[in-house]
Ligand binder design. Structure first.
Ligand code: APR
Length: 318
Protein backbone atom coordinates (compact mmCIF):
# COMPACT_ATOMS: atom_id res chain seq x y z
CA UNK A 1 0.00 0.00 0.00
CA UNK A 2 1.31 3.46 -0.78
CA UNK A 3 1.18 6.02 1.98
CA UNK A 4 1.75 9.69 1.55
CA UNK A 5 1.51 13.03 3.23
CA UNK A 6 1.07 14.37 6.67
CA UNK A 7 -2.16 15.25 8.44
CA UNK A 8 -2.25 17.17 11.71
CA UNK A 9 -4.92 17.12 14.39
CA UNK A 10 -4.90 20.08 16.80
CA UNK A 11 -6.40 19.27 20.18
CA UNK A 12 -5.86 15.82 21.70
CA UNK A 13 -9.08 15.60 23.68
CA UNK A 14 -11.73 13.01 22.94
CA UNK A 15 -12.57 14.34 19.47
CA UNK A 16 -8.98 14.93 18.40
CA UNK A 17 -7.55 11.67 19.68
CA UNK A 18 -10.26 9.52 18.11
CA UNK A 19 -9.84 11.43 14.83
CA UNK A 20 -6.10 10.83 14.90
CA UNK A 21 -6.63 7.15 15.57
CA UNK A 22 -9.06 6.78 12.67
CA UNK A 23 -6.74 8.66 10.32
CA UNK A 24 -3.79 6.51 11.34
CA UNK A 25 -5.77 3.29 10.95
CA UNK A 26 -6.71 4.22 7.37
CA UNK A 27 -2.99 3.57 6.69
CA UNK A 28 -2.91 6.07 3.82
CA UNK A 29 -0.73 8.78 5.41
CA UNK A 30 2.99 8.79 6.17
CA UNK A 31 2.36 10.61 9.39
CA UNK A 32 -0.42 11.80 11.69
CA UNK A 33 0.63 14.60 14.06
CA UNK A 34 -1.46 15.13 17.20
CA UNK A 35 -0.97 18.27 19.31
CA UNK A 36 -2.36 19.75 22.52
CA UNK A 37 -1.43 22.36 25.10
CA UNK A 38 -1.58 19.79 27.92
CA UNK A 39 2.03 18.85 28.50
CA UNK A 40 2.70 15.22 27.56
CA UNK A 41 -0.85 14.29 26.58
CA UNK A 42 -0.31 14.20 22.80
CA UNK A 43 3.05 12.41 23.19
CA UNK A 44 1.47 9.82 25.48
CA UNK A 45 -1.49 9.21 23.18
CA UNK A 46 0.79 8.97 20.14
CA UNK A 47 2.95 6.38 21.88
CA UNK A 48 -0.14 4.39 22.76
CA UNK A 49 -1.46 4.58 19.17
CA UNK A 50 1.91 3.56 17.73
CA UNK A 51 1.89 0.53 20.00
CA UNK A 52 -1.43 -0.51 18.45
CA UNK A 53 0.20 -0.67 14.99
CA UNK A 54 1.53 -4.24 15.25
CA UNK A 55 -1.93 -5.41 16.33
CA UNK A 56 -4.01 -3.44 13.83
CA UNK A 57 -1.39 -3.72 11.07
CA UNK A 58 -0.94 -0.12 9.96
CA UNK A 59 2.35 1.66 9.28
CA UNK A 60 1.29 5.32 9.53
CA UNK A 61 3.47 6.92 12.18
CA UNK A 62 1.74 8.95 14.90
CA UNK A 63 3.67 11.88 16.38
CA UNK A 64 2.56 13.68 19.51
CA UNK A 65 3.60 17.25 20.20
CA UNK A 66 2.86 19.54 23.12
CA UNK A 67 2.38 23.13 21.93
CA UNK A 68 2.49 26.47 23.71
CA UNK A 69 -0.12 29.18 23.33
CA UNK A 70 2.52 31.42 21.71
CA UNK A 71 3.00 28.84 18.96
CA UNK A 72 5.85 26.81 20.46
CA UNK A 73 6.04 23.28 19.02
CA UNK A 74 4.08 24.00 15.85
CA UNK A 75 7.14 23.14 13.73
CA UNK A 76 5.84 19.55 14.07
CA UNK A 77 2.99 20.28 11.67
CA UNK A 78 5.22 21.82 8.96
CA UNK A 79 4.28 20.48 5.57
CA UNK A 80 0.91 19.09 6.65
CA UNK A 81 -1.55 19.00 3.76
CA UNK A 82 -4.57 18.77 6.03
CA UNK A 83 -5.10 20.18 9.53
CA UNK A 84 -8.13 19.16 11.60
CA UNK A 85 -8.86 21.71 14.34
CA UNK A 86 -10.55 20.20 17.39
CA UNK A 87 -9.11 22.50 20.08
CA UNK A 88 -11.74 24.07 22.28
CA UNK A 89 -14.17 23.39 25.09
CA UNK A 90 -17.04 20.97 24.65
CA UNK A 91 -20.55 21.66 25.95
CA UNK A 92 -21.83 20.84 29.42
CA UNK A 93 -25.44 19.68 29.97
CA UNK A 94 -27.88 22.53 29.35
CA UNK A 95 -25.43 24.57 27.25
CA UNK A 96 -26.01 25.46 23.62
CA UNK A 97 -23.07 25.34 21.22
CA UNK A 98 -23.34 29.14 21.02
CA UNK A 99 -22.51 29.40 24.75
CA UNK A 100 -18.96 28.36 23.81
CA UNK A 101 -18.40 31.14 21.30
CA UNK A 102 -16.20 33.51 23.28
CA UNK A 103 -13.86 31.01 24.86
CA UNK A 104 -13.53 28.87 21.74
CA UNK A 105 -13.03 31.91 19.49
CA UNK A 106 -9.94 32.81 21.53
CA UNK A 107 -8.62 29.25 21.28
CA UNK A 108 -9.37 28.82 17.57
CA UNK A 109 -7.86 32.22 16.73
CA UNK A 110 -4.55 31.40 18.41
CA UNK A 111 -4.44 27.90 16.93
CA UNK A 112 -5.17 29.12 13.40
CA UNK A 113 -2.50 31.83 13.59
CA UNK A 114 0.11 29.16 14.31
CA UNK A 115 -1.29 26.69 11.79
CA UNK A 116 -1.29 29.29 9.00
CA UNK A 117 2.34 30.09 9.78
CA UNK A 118 3.60 26.51 9.78
CA UNK A 119 1.29 24.79 7.29
CA UNK A 120 0.38 27.59 4.87
CA UNK A 121 -0.73 25.21 2.11
CA UNK A 122 -3.01 23.08 4.26
CA UNK A 123 -6.72 22.43 3.91
CA UNK A 124 -8.30 23.28 7.29
CA UNK A 125 -11.13 21.15 8.62
CA UNK A 126 -12.68 22.85 11.64
CA UNK A 127 -14.78 20.94 14.16
CA UNK A 128 -14.68 23.20 17.25
CA UNK A 129 -18.06 24.64 18.27
CA UNK A 130 -20.07 26.70 17.52
CA UNK A 131 -19.11 25.16 14.22
CA UNK A 132 -20.29 27.59 11.57
CA UNK A 133 -18.81 30.58 13.45
CA UNK A 134 -15.50 28.84 14.22
CA UNK A 135 -15.14 27.88 10.55
CA UNK A 136 -15.76 31.48 9.48
CA UNK A 137 -13.23 32.67 12.07
CA UNK A 138 -10.61 30.18 10.87
CA UNK A 139 -11.06 31.41 7.31
CA UNK A 140 -10.63 35.04 8.37
CA UNK A 141 -7.64 34.48 10.63
CA UNK A 142 -5.81 32.14 8.23
CA UNK A 143 -6.31 34.34 5.19
CA UNK A 144 -6.57 31.09 3.19
CA UNK A 145 -8.87 30.94 0.16
CA UNK A 146 -12.35 30.04 1.40
CA UNK A 147 -12.25 26.77 -0.57
CA UNK A 148 -9.40 25.59 1.68
CA UNK A 149 -11.34 26.11 4.94
CA UNK A 150 -14.32 23.90 5.70
CA UNK A 151 -16.16 22.69 8.74
CA UNK A 152 -17.50 19.34 9.84
CA UNK A 153 -21.14 19.21 10.79
CA UNK A 154 -23.35 17.95 7.97
CA UNK A 155 -21.63 14.56 7.76
CA UNK A 156 -22.34 14.04 11.45
CA UNK A 157 -25.89 15.38 11.48
CA UNK A 158 -26.71 13.32 8.39
CA UNK A 159 -25.22 10.20 9.98
CA UNK A 160 -27.36 10.75 13.07
CA UNK A 161 -30.49 11.19 10.93
CA UNK A 162 -29.69 8.00 8.97
CA UNK A 163 -29.09 6.02 12.14
CA UNK A 164 -32.36 7.17 13.72
CA UNK A 165 -34.29 6.35 10.53
CA UNK A 166 -32.68 2.91 10.23
CA UNK A 167 -33.40 2.15 13.87
CA UNK A 168 -37.02 3.27 13.52
CA UNK A 169 -37.59 1.15 10.41
CA UNK A 170 -35.52 -1.83 11.56
CA UNK A 171 -33.36 -1.79 8.42
CA UNK A 172 -29.56 -1.80 7.96
CA UNK A 173 -27.99 1.66 8.20
CA UNK A 174 -26.45 1.02 4.79
CA UNK A 175 -29.86 1.02 3.12
CA UNK A 176 -30.68 4.52 4.37
CA UNK A 177 -29.54 7.78 2.89
CA UNK A 178 -30.55 11.09 4.44
CA UNK A 179 -29.42 14.70 4.31
CA UNK A 180 -29.16 17.71 6.60
CA UNK A 181 -28.09 21.19 5.53
CA UNK A 182 -28.01 24.60 7.26
CA UNK A 183 -26.32 25.33 10.56
CA UNK A 184 -24.93 22.92 13.16
CA UNK A 185 -27.45 24.09 15.71
CA UNK A 186 -31.00 25.25 16.09
CA UNK A 187 -31.34 26.13 12.41
CA UNK A 188 -30.16 22.74 11.16
CA UNK A 189 -32.22 21.86 8.07
CA UNK A 190 -32.98 18.15 7.74
CA UNK A 191 -34.06 17.58 4.11
CA UNK A 192 -36.77 14.89 4.02
CA UNK A 193 -37.07 15.21 0.21
CA UNK A 194 -33.52 13.84 -0.07
CA UNK A 195 -34.10 10.88 2.27
CA UNK A 196 -34.41 7.37 0.85
CA UNK A 197 -34.51 3.80 2.10
CA UNK A 198 -33.42 1.30 -0.54
CA UNK A 199 -34.31 3.93 -3.11
CA UNK A 200 -37.83 4.53 -1.74
CA UNK A 201 -38.68 7.99 -0.39
CA UNK A 202 -38.67 8.04 3.42
CA UNK A 203 -42.02 9.85 3.20
CA UNK A 204 -43.56 6.73 1.61
CA UNK A 205 -42.45 4.56 4.55
CA UNK A 206 -43.18 6.70 7.60
CA UNK A 207 -46.02 9.11 8.44
CA UNK A 208 -45.12 12.81 8.56
CA UNK A 209 -45.31 13.05 12.37
CA UNK A 210 -42.81 10.19 12.77
CA UNK A 211 -40.43 11.84 10.29
CA UNK A 212 -40.81 15.08 12.27
CA UNK A 213 -39.84 13.20 15.43
CA UNK A 214 -36.69 11.85 13.71
CA UNK A 215 -35.87 15.36 12.53
CA UNK A 216 -36.23 16.75 16.06
CA UNK A 217 -34.06 14.02 17.52
CA UNK A 218 -31.43 14.71 14.84
CA UNK A 219 -31.47 18.42 15.59
CA UNK A 220 -30.92 17.65 19.29
CA UNK A 221 -28.59 14.72 18.57
CA UNK A 222 -25.53 16.30 20.17
CA UNK A 223 -27.45 17.60 23.19
CA UNK A 224 -28.96 14.16 23.87
CA UNK A 225 -25.45 12.72 24.21
CA UNK A 226 -24.14 15.67 26.29
CA UNK A 227 -27.05 15.15 28.71
CA UNK A 228 -26.21 11.46 29.08
CA UNK A 229 -22.44 11.90 29.41
CA UNK A 230 -22.74 14.84 31.84
CA UNK A 231 -19.13 15.78 31.13
CA UNK A 232 -17.96 16.22 27.55
CA UNK A 233 -19.70 15.76 24.24
CA UNK A 234 -19.91 13.16 21.47
CA UNK A 235 -16.78 12.02 19.67
CA UNK A 236 -17.11 8.61 18.00
CA UNK A 237 -19.51 9.73 15.26
CA UNK A 238 -17.99 13.23 15.03
CA UNK A 239 -14.48 11.82 14.57
CA UNK A 240 -15.73 9.34 11.96
CA UNK A 241 -17.21 12.27 10.02
CA UNK A 242 -14.12 14.48 10.26
CA UNK A 243 -11.75 11.65 9.35
CA UNK A 244 -13.81 10.79 6.23
CA UNK A 245 -13.62 14.42 5.13
CA UNK A 246 -9.85 14.44 5.61
CA UNK A 247 -9.62 11.19 3.66
CA UNK A 248 -11.60 12.68 0.76
CA UNK A 249 -9.10 15.55 0.65
CA UNK A 250 -6.09 13.23 0.89
CA UNK A 251 -7.38 11.00 -1.89
CA UNK A 252 -8.68 13.89 -4.01
CA UNK A 253 -11.80 11.75 -4.23
CA UNK A 254 -14.39 14.18 -5.54
CA UNK A 255 -16.89 12.76 -3.03
CA UNK A 256 -19.97 14.90 -2.48
CA UNK A 257 -20.43 15.45 1.24
CA UNK A 258 -22.57 17.72 3.41
CA UNK A 259 -20.03 20.11 4.96
CA UNK A 260 -19.83 23.67 6.24
CA UNK A 261 -18.56 25.59 3.21
CA UNK A 262 -18.40 29.14 1.93
CA UNK A 263 -21.59 29.84 -0.01
CA UNK A 264 -21.35 32.32 -2.84
CA UNK A 265 -24.65 32.57 -4.72
CA UNK A 266 -25.92 29.02 -4.37
CA UNK A 267 -29.57 28.79 -3.31
CA UNK A 268 -29.68 32.59 -3.59
CA UNK A 269 -27.39 32.83 -0.52
CA UNK A 270 -24.04 34.62 -0.48
CA UNK A 271 -21.21 35.55 1.83
CA UNK A 272 -21.63 33.07 4.64
CA UNK A 273 -20.29 29.72 5.87
CA UNK A 274 -23.21 27.28 5.88
CA UNK A 275 -23.95 23.57 5.73
CA UNK A 276 -24.33 22.59 2.09
CA UNK A 277 -23.27 19.69 -0.11
CA UNK A 278 -19.85 20.10 -1.67
CA UNK A 279 -17.50 18.15 -3.89
CA UNK A 280 -14.32 17.53 -1.90
CA UNK A 281 -10.84 17.23 -3.41
CA UNK A 282 -7.20 17.88 -2.66
CA UNK A 283 -7.71 21.66 -2.59
CA UNK A 284 -10.70 21.42 -0.24
CA UNK A 285 -14.07 22.40 -1.69
CA UNK A 286 -14.05 21.99 -5.48
CA UNK A 287 -17.60 23.32 -5.76
CA UNK A 288 -20.78 23.67 -3.78
CA UNK A 289 -23.42 21.35 -5.18
CA UNK A 290 -26.95 22.70 -5.43
CA UNK A 291 -29.93 20.36 -5.46
CA UNK A 292 -33.65 20.88 -5.90
CA UNK A 293 -35.21 21.64 -2.54
CA UNK A 294 -38.88 21.95 -1.66
CA UNK A 295 -40.06 25.52 -0.99
CA UNK A 296 -40.13 24.94 2.76
CA UNK A 297 -36.62 23.40 2.75
CA UNK A 298 -35.27 26.34 0.75
CA UNK A 299 -36.92 28.81 3.12
CA UNK A 300 -35.39 26.99 6.08
CA UNK A 301 -31.93 27.03 4.48
CA UNK A 302 -32.16 30.75 3.81
CA UNK A 303 -33.33 31.33 7.39
CA UNK A 304 -30.35 29.30 8.64
CA UNK A 305 -28.00 31.49 6.58
CA UNK A 306 -29.43 34.64 8.13
CA UNK A 307 -29.26 33.13 11.63
CA UNK A 308 -25.51 32.46 11.37
CA UNK A 309 -24.56 35.51 9.26
CA UNK A 310 -24.51 38.13 12.03
CA UNK A 311 -22.58 35.94 14.45
CA UNK A 312 -20.02 35.12 11.77
CA UNK A 313 -19.47 38.84 11.19
CA UNK A 314 -19.07 39.45 14.95
CA UNK A 315 -16.79 36.52 15.64
CA UNK A 316 -13.74 38.23 14.12
CA UNK A 317 -13.84 40.78 16.94
CA UNK A 318 -14.00 38.21 19.75
N1 APR B 1 -4.23 24.42 21.43
C1 APR B 1 -4.33 23.07 21.39
N2 APR B 1 -5.23 22.36 22.10
C2 APR B 1 -6.03 23.06 22.92
C3 APR B 1 -5.99 24.47 23.03
C4 APR B 1 -5.03 25.15 22.24
N3 APR B 1 -4.91 26.49 22.28
N4 APR B 1 -6.93 24.85 23.93
C5 APR B 1 -7.55 23.73 24.36
N5 APR B 1 -7.00 22.64 23.74
C6 APR B 1 -7.31 21.23 23.95
C7 APR B 1 -7.61 20.87 25.39
O1 APR B 1 -6.41 20.80 26.16
C8 APR B 1 -8.29 19.52 25.24
O2 APR B 1 -7.37 18.44 25.31
O3 APR B 1 -8.51 20.87 23.27
C9 APR B 1 -8.91 19.59 23.82
C10 APR B 1 -10.41 19.52 23.82
O4 APR B 1 -10.73 18.23 24.22
P1 APR B 1 -12.06 17.82 25.00
O5 APR B 1 -12.24 18.72 26.18
O6 APR B 1 -12.00 16.35 25.22
O7 APR B 1 -13.22 18.20 23.97
P2 APR B 1 -13.66 17.36 22.66
O8 APR B 1 -14.78 16.46 22.99
O9 APR B 1 -12.45 16.80 22.03
O10 APR B 1 -14.28 18.53 21.75
C11 APR B 1 -13.46 19.46 21.10
O11 APR B 1 -15.06 19.75 19.34
O12 APR B 1 -17.24 18.96 19.16
C12 APR B 1 -16.43 20.05 19.47
O13 APR B 1 -17.77 21.27 21.07
C13 APR B 1 -16.62 20.46 20.92
O14 APR B 1 -15.45 22.54 20.74
C14 APR B 1 -15.34 21.21 21.18
C15 APR B 1 -14.32 20.45 20.32
Amino acid sequence: MSRKGKVAVIGAGFYGSTTAQRLAEYDIFDEVVLTDIIEGRPEGLALDMNQSRPVEGFETKVTGQTTGTAGEGYEAIAGAGIVVITAGLPRKPGMSRMDLIEVNARIVRSVVESVAKHAPEAVLIVVSNPLDEMTALAAKVSGFPSSRVLGQAGMLDTARFSYFAAEKLGVPVGSVSTLTLGSHGDTMVPVPSACFVDGKPLASLLPADEIDALVDRTRNGGGEIVALLKTGSAYYAPSAAAARMARAVAEDSGAIMPVCAWVDGQYGISGVYLGVEAEIGSAGVRRVVERDLSDSELDALRAAAEAVRAKQADVASL
